[in-house]
Design a protein around this ligand. Structure first.
Ligand SMILES: [Zn+2]
Length: 187
């Protein structure tokens, strides 16, 4: 999403990475990947970047979106942004692969994370004027992979259970994310 916003808009972008530390360890790989990706994308044009940490211990990760939405809204207030852009897609695999829990409730969950963020800020006497935007909402996973290109793709990590090796983080090849990308690359 960031590459897309950098290339297709002239908007002033405030980029915030949230290191969401849950019972899975993939946040370590994501934090390291974020550093490389930011450096790579700043070559397109400069943007502000910051990060924060949420350690939710052993809470199941379906709370992620509520917390991320809230943190996004906090940042937007801090920097007086008029838009909060979320890189979420309509066919987001996280939800598609958990049909028992989420199924058709995907949009409901998204609305809930926005309203929870607004409610929390209201309770904190925040004044939120930012609108929420999903620039990649209609993008297919294939389009995302093609748009990133091999160089940037190599810097990203989507595996939920990567292992650290001497040559960097290796994807497990077994989790839903790994399977999805293997399918895409095989096409
Ligand atoms: Zn994996």
């Amino acid at each position: 999403m960031l590459k897309h916003l950098l290339e297709s808009t002239k908007d002033e972008l405030v980029v915030h990475h949230i290191s969401m530390r849950t019972l899975e360890d993939h946040w370590m790989a994501e934090d390291e990947a974020a550093v490389k990706i930011i450096e790579y994308l700043r070559a397109i044009r400069y943007f502000d970047y910051s990060m924060s940490v949420i350690d939710i211990g052993r809470v199941r990760s379906w709370l992620d979106w509520e917390l991320l939405g809230f943190m996004g809204a906090l940042q937007a207030r801090e920097y007086q942004c008029d838009t909060i852009a979320v890189g979420r897609k309509k066919d987001g695999k996280t939800f598609a692969t958990s049909p028992k829990i989420f199924g058709a409730q995907h949009e409901f969950m998204q609305g809930m994370s926005e309203s929870l963020a607004r409610t929390n800020l209201f309770l904190m006497k925040g004044n939120v004027v930012a609108r929420w935007d999903y620039p990649l909402w209609d993008w297919s996973s294939r389009r995302v992979v093609e748009y990133l290109g091999p160089e940037l793709r190599a810097l990203t990590i989507s595996c939920r259970r990567p292992t650290r090796t001497e040559s960097g983080w290796q994807p497990c090849g077994q989790c839903n994310q790994c399977k999805m990308y293997a399918e895409l690359e095989a096409q």
